[in-house]
Design a protein around this ligand. Structure first.
Ligand code: ZN
Length: 107
């Protein structure tokens, strides 16, 4: 039986006996060639990234890569949708970080 993944990109529909699950991130990523499987969520960096990134409005693309016979999800492209800025490191958005810093300082 499936268990729901705590990720904004995970989609599960179990109504009326349906058992539809998908990853909307990989679905929307044009460069991904390998199919998503539920198991990939277990090692996927994205839920943790969404929680820890300084960027409040992350837009991601990802693909399934294979190394050492193991498939995993890898983030291939990250954009801050607030500032329309491509991020080299999806964990860190300098502009969102600066805004949060200002808020913290009460400016
Ligand atoms: Zn940002």
């Amino acid at each position: 039986m499936s268990n729901v993944v705590d990720c904004r990109y995970f989609y599960g529909d179990y109504h009326r006996g349906a058992n539809l699950e998908k990853c909307r991130l990989l679905d929307a990523s044009p460069n991904n060639t390998r199919p998503w499987r539920r198991k990939l969520c277990d090692s996927c960096p994205v839920p943790e990234l969404l929680l820890t990134s300084t960027c409040l409005d992350l837009l991601l693309e990802a693909q399934v890569t294979k190394s050492l016979l193991r498939e995993r999800v890898e983030v291939t492209f990250a954009v801050c949708a607030s500032h329309l800025h491509e991020l080299d490191d999806p964990h860190f958005c300098p502009e969102c970080a600066a805004e949060q810093e200002k808020l913290r300082n009460g400016e």
